[in-house]
Design a binder for this molecule. Sequence first.
Ligand SMILES: [Zn+2]
Length: 483
Amino acid sequence: MSFDYRKLDLKAGLEVHQQLSSHKLFCNCDSQMLQQPKDEIFRKQRAVAGELGEVDAAALHEILSNKEFHYKVYPEESCLIEADEEPPHEMNRNALEIGLKIALMLNCEIPEEIHVMRKQVIDGSNTSGFQRTAIIGLNGWVDTSFGRVGITDVEIEEDACQIIEKTDKKAVYGLHRLGIPLVEIGTAPDMKLPEQVKEASEKLGMILRSTGCVKRGLGTIRQDVNVSIKKGTRIELKGVQDLSKIPNYVDNEIKRQLDFIKKKKPVPKEVRRVNDAGSDFMRPLTGGARMYPETDIPPISIDDKYLKRLRKQLPELWEEKENRFMKQFKVSKDVVKQLNRMGMSEIFERLVKNGHDPKIVSFTLTSGLTQLKRKENVPIENLIDDHFNNVFSAFKKGKITKDGILSSLKQLANNPKAKIETGETVSDEASLRKKIKEIINKNPQVKNAPRPEQACMGLVMKELRGKADGKLVMKILKEELVK
Ligand SMILES: [Zn+2]
């Protein structure tokens, strides 16, 4: 599927929410979300007239549905603040600093004073009925190969509760996610091609990760894409996990809007959740969020001296790192990009500086580990520097072969306290041929297999366990099996 995007006047923007690696934003609770709940509290919400006397229609709708809100309590991951029984403490300065660095990397202007605001939330996902949020950057930009994309604002805010169960009468939430510091980045609707949206989202992700201070893994980063076309409307798409699918999501939404336009019907303003086939209705698009000042938290002044210091501490940008790696370690741009994308550039640099071969290290950390994870579901996250150092040293000393690197890492990932299994490698062709002949003689049936080399290869590699070079084994097998 592909459209004439220019003719359609496609305008797309992004909103990225990223959890920071720090304790909670307005209390000292831990933000790891590893605990089991110990208790449960429950609340009901009621509508009260706002400052101007009106009652929010959406709030009213929630009230009429007469819902009960239950909250699971996690002893070290929530306290009286998450339960909304104690006012918030001062803002977590470490989280604020990470946020400010992100805003600076996105070329934003930083306000002289940070004001915490309350943004009304009516679905019960915040015990207080609002989310605390503060603007920490404005009017920035990020460059893509299709052109510059404006960053309208960067905010630091508290994450909402995690939904655990939802029925018509009741919603059950976990308090452990409430209050985890989040950075929200909003772009201008400057993107004119689906591929540009994908590139911008990847780039924002890389900038976030280059701080080394953001959480990794499922649910720690959430991306929304907004899409509009001529005669259509602005639709918010939520639930984007796989960035490579962004162009599909955008195309699906264009197609959906074009169907309305063809039937001369207006496109309803809504928030939708993406799936592979298209998207599902989530809720109507509400007007601008209602914001009130958070009177419990005094404004925070940001002086020039502090900003100057932060600018000096900004991490090396990915592009700079790519260029440096290419020059310093003689690896290709694709390899560096992959290392960066997989969050492997730091460990790569440490291992290479320890004297290991850049080509072998980069191949192992990218394709090698991906293969172990995808094909064999090996818990590669167990691997630490020591494991890699030991395996690469064993390779350098000739104790294991190139093929043995991955099988050794697999053993270590499955059993991180184990030592690497090394034996003498069988590197000379004559003794290897002898060994292979023995294996074939022991298993004569393999000669009749549909693909005898492949069948034999499996047997040989199982027996030699990475002590022989795969290519050499294959060469010998081909010669021996022809006989
Ligand atoms: Zn707390």
